[in-house]
Ligand binder design. Sequence first.
Ligand SMILES: [Zn+2]
Length: 374
Amino acid sequence: MIEYRLNGPASQERQRIRLMAALRENRFPQSILIDGPAGIGKKALAIEVAKALQCSDPNMRPCGHCFGCKMAVDRGVTDNWVIPMESKEAHAKSADDVSAGSTAKTVEDFKQAYIEEIFKNPYRIDVFSAGAEISVGLIRSMTSAFALKGDRVRVVIVAEADRMNDSASNAFLKTLEDVPPNTYFILTTSSREKMLQTIRSRCLALHLLPLSDDEVRSETLRMLGEDADADEVTDDAVGLSVGSPGKALYYVGAGKKWCELAATFVKGSLLADYYDLFAKLSEAELDEAAEANRFLEVVSFLISDLMRAKSGAKLRIPATTALVNIDAFPRVDVAALERALETVQETMSRVASRRTAPPMLLQSLSIKLFEGCK
Ligand SMILES: [Zn+2]
């Protein structure tokens, strides 16, 4: 009997046991949908499963060195992936259509660059831009590759499957209704509610759990590389990650700036010091909805921590929370902080709706935030 061993963090062992049992008993479903928060390792698991399905070792799969295993992690094999792309990239010419000697980038070039990023670090949450989507053209080029017959097992990973637009969803649904032999689909998403119910119902659902704080620490440190210092993975980054090494990595790097700005925002709102605050906000260039909401997420963590500080509970983001001396504002009690948190959440949904520019919404949020208790 062939044994299967999928590798990954201990917190996600239960989900892997389910998959290994299905592989061992030769009843692996044709399509699975791995969902869970951003940056917890859904793509990493998808790659592990792709190797196991394509592996031809007679004893232990994935073996890591047979042809099937190598194909699953070959950065040049773009057929195995469907990924979101920006419109101008998805509309670039295909390698089959460009004349010899052309130096223009093809759709395959763009795709390969993204796939390389995924292999370098499957946990990363910012590989694709906010506007990237899976268009019907990308689904069609996947199905046209199916025409090339072969006996080998084919695994297609559809990354961030919720980014399929309407026509792509419909085209993909047709593919799922009639899956070619020896073909498996692994879809990943952190927003399964945005996907067509008819697609979801055709996939085995696998809900991946967040990692423990210790696992987040060790995974994030591993991603930072050999030269990294353990202190780089701060308590605040781990606190903000909520079990996602991808998020922790973001808060160790590009997202670090949001912590300081969140403290400035809350302090400025408490002191009604809007002149300086608005200047800082405009410097931060929060015009993009996705960026603005990443910032507001940190603001809501900070306000939750200020509530914890009032009750003496353990803080999630101690360094950022210490920047706001909440004891200096005795009128701001737990009820006021609860209201403030609700106001932030309302603003986040208004930012997401994209009807008003984020900088405007942030300014009016700071005025409303502690209304009546300053
Ligand atoms: Zn193998």
